[in-house]
Design a protein around this ligand. Structure first.
Ligand code: NI
Ligand code: MN
Length: 225
């Protein structure tokens, strides 16, 4: 399986069987993304919440690729009302897709759409794909139940925000890694805009100081999981 980081909270997973999954694909309006939406395709698009920097280019990609949206019920309905295919889920629920399992978790944040529609609760997701568990926290503040999420899922990778202001900053994100206890932490949601400037190398040092591993992915970098 391959994991590509576009920057911000936008990732692409290509499974061993070749399925392409996008998470929060914010590309064309994203000053740090080196990839444009026209160069990306998706079988599935997972949205953690409805903010513009997470819905991003979902609709243009889904229109071109006939992608299936996977998100919480209210946001899935918002996508379906625009004519897209959607699989409605909700927090605490898991479902097996042909690429693997998706389970939605809580996130402490908001989730209005860019056109001010209610889109339900924000979320994180635990993806179980090709024998690995990947926790994308979405936008969230620190919460103690990350410990429970880690205990219930044995996390290989945790993708978590460090940009502060809208989400956890470095100090809280290090605590989140300590609580969820993944094998590897990967920082996200930083340096896209001035207000979320943060130093991923400082985060990496602090994660390593508590005995955990951290990979700082460059914007546009792809790694094997
Ligand atoms: Ni947000
Ligand atoms: Mn955000």
């Amino acid at each position: 399986m391959k994991l590509k980081y576009f920057s911000h909270s936008a990732f692409q997973i290509i499974t061993n069987s070749g399925k392409i999954i996008l998470i929060d694909p914010f590309l064309d309006g994203n000053p740090t993304s080196v990839v444009k939406s026209k160069d990306v395709s998706a079988d599935y698009i997972i949205l953690t919440h409805a903010h513009g920097d997470h819905i991003g280019d979902s609709f243009s990609i889904a229109k071109r690729c006939d992608s299936l949206f996977i998100c919480v019920n209210e946001l899935a309905n918002y996508c379906a009302n625009k004519g897209f295919k959607a699989h409605n889920m909700h927090i605490g629920g898991a479902h097996n897709f042909d690429f693997g399992r998706v389970k939605f978790t809580i996130a402490h944040h908001g989730s209005m759409t860019p056109d001010n529609q209610y889109a339900g609760e924000p979320s994180g997701v635990v993806l179980s794909i090709d024998g690995k568990n990947i926790y994308h926290t979405g936008d969230t503040g620190l919460f103690y139940d990350m410990k429970l999420i880690g205990e219930m899922n044995s996390l290989d990778y945790m993708l978590l925000p460090i940009g502060d202001n809208f989400t956890m900053g470095i100090t809280d994100a290090v605590k989140a890694v300590e609580l969820a206890n993944p094998k590897v932490a990967i920082p996200m949601h930083y340096n896209t805009f001035d207000v979320i400037k943060s130093d991923p190398d400082e985060f990496k040092k602090k994660v390593e100081s508590i005995g955990k591993k951290c990979i700082v992915m460059n914007f546009g970098q792809e790694i094997d999981l």
